[in-house]
Design a protein. Structure first.
Length: 484
């Protein structure tokens, strides 16, 4: 059994450990859904799976607290399945292996699932503890947040009874979130007829070792995007060496900055060494450009079997031009909160092979008009390449309410317990609060959580020292919820 089971508070770590043993990547949440239902039955609270696949739990008020406002604690059950290149982990079958290092809990070369397993564990801890004092409470554990907030989007209206929403999906202890960005998935696709290969050699070019990261929380840090840095090399190889595109595979999650991309190029035999030299030159340039941000960049070439077919020249050129021109990164910061990103896009996934091209981008903004602007900009870019562009999974931003009653309460308790003022902020990462508020506009909302770093990467880690104060704050907040 993992040593995290012995950490404090037991209510969080015992339940988080149990969650690490249940495979729960986005899109494969059946096992964790059943586990949560079985858990609720075991601890004696009402629970059901709703039509959206969310798990809802309900716990009656402590005697004497029946007249308090109802609170719903909310987290998501799924996790991002990212792993280090040499990891053999299978997210659909294997448990997460945890490691304690320098005051942090990591996984063994995979995402940890603290995003948002810690929030789920906290809900479970509250539900099972018979000694806590609180009014009526609900737990809403949503399905497939990481791939499109499907559980929140499909949440039935009228299902929840709460007046207050405590979202437990924030990732910096001591900061309370009162607003977040909206987002939209932009997908560009193109079918094409492959042509016969007339080249004599083929080389697979691999670019990897970027830090990757959360495309909302870390998009402003200037981390390398493997797709955007690969296109520089591909464009130059086509222009100077008459290379031809065979395939391209980069990135694997819409909300993660891609840390790896692989491209196969076909070219004349006498140009192979020139391509390898070009790649080495590009590698050195990237190491220099990112020397204060990235430390593990690798770019290398491997000879591969000569393919029978290629991407047609016109299609190839249009695709490469569009990828080169596609916006990636921060568009602008929020004028009223100059340290917070307002609008951004992440060139997340490229798959080109076998007569099909697909490019997937997640655009975010805390303003609906700017979300439309960046989405239309991306649409225009790929339309010019002859691609079909579709929008999906759109969700609105969460408008800040600095006069929130629940915000004032958690600020008060935080200062009493910690002895300093909490930070109130707006996040660029998407939270399900905006979607839930769209269905339950009367709710008073705040988001909080312990410290998690590098979510959506194989270096995701959870700061152990923040678990105890987070739990104490949550418990005390539930105890001091005002009367109706």
């Amino acid at each position: 059994m993992s040593e995290i089971i012995n950490l404090s508070p037991a209510a969080i770590w015992r339940n988080f450990y149990a969650l690490t043993q249940i495979p729960r990547p986005s899109g494969h949440v059946e096992k964790v859904q059943q586990y949560l239902l079985d858990f609720a039955e075991r601890v004696g609270v009402e629970a059901f799976k709703d039509p959206a696949g969310n798990i809802v739990m309900r716990k009656k008020a402590t005697p004497g607290y029946e007249n308090r406002k109802t609170v719903v604690m909310q987290s998501h059950m799924d996790m991002v399945p990212q792993k280090a290149p040499d990891s053999k982990h299978n997210f659909e079958t294997d448990p997460i292996e945890t490691v304690i290092r320098d005051g942090w809990v990591y996984a063994n070369n995979t995402t940890l699932g603290a995003d948002n397993g810690i929030g789920v564990a906290a809900i479970m801890g509250v539900m099972e503890d018979k000694t806590l004092k609180h009014g009526p409470i609900e737990g809403l554990i949503t399905r497939d947040e990481e791939t499109g907030m499907f559980g929140a989007n499909e949440l039935p209206e009228g299902e929840l009874q709460a007046d207050i929403l405590l979202n437990l999906d924030s990732e910096t202890w001591g900061k309370f979130v009162i607003g977040s960005a909206g987002g939209i998935d932009v997908t560009a696709t193109l079918g094409y007829q492959e042509v016969e290969n007339d080249q004599e050699a083929a080389v697979k070019v691999t670019l990897k070792g970027f830090r990757g990261g959360h495309s909302g929380l870390e998009i402003h840090e200037g981390r390398g995007n493997a797709n955007k840095e690969m296109v520089r090399l591909v464009n130059k190889a086509i222009a100077t060496l008459d290379a031809r595109l065979v395939s391209w595979h980069g990135g694997n999650m819409r909300n993660a900055i891609p840390f790896k991309a692989e491209v196969v190029l076909a070219l004349a035999k006498d140009q192979v060494e020139a391509l390898k030299a070009l790649a080495d030159e590009h590698r050195m340039a990237l190491i220099d450009e990112y020397k204060t941000i990235e430390s593990g960049i690798e770019l290398f070439c491997e000879d591969v079997d000569v393919p029978e077919t290629l991407v047609p020249v016109e299609i190839q050129d249009n695709l490469v031009d569009a990828i080169y021109a596609c916006h990636n990164g921060v568009v602008r910061m929020i004028p009223a909160y100059p340290d917070v990103v307002e609008t951004s896009s992440n060139l997340a996934i490229i798959d080109i092979e076998g007569g099909k091209a697909a490019i997937k981008i997640l655009a975010r903004s805390s303003r609906e008009d700017m979300k439309e602007v960046i989405a239309t900009q991306l649409q225009s870019c790929f339309n010019m390449a002859g691609m079909k562009v579709e929008f999906a999974g759109s969700y609105g931003g969460w408008d800040p309410n600095p006069n929130s009653e629940i915000l004032r309460l958690v600020q008060k308790i935080y200062k009493e317990q910690i002895g300093e003022e909490a930070i109130v902020q707006v996040d660029h990462a998407g939270l399900e609060c905006s979607i839930i508020l769209g269905k339950y506009p009367h709710m008073d909302v705040v988001s909080m959580g312990p410290t998690i770093r590098s979510p959506h990467t194989a270096t995701e880690r959870f700061e152990i020292a923040t678990a105890e104060p987070f739990w104490k704050l949550l418990v005390k907040t539930l105890e001091e919820i005002p009367e109706k």
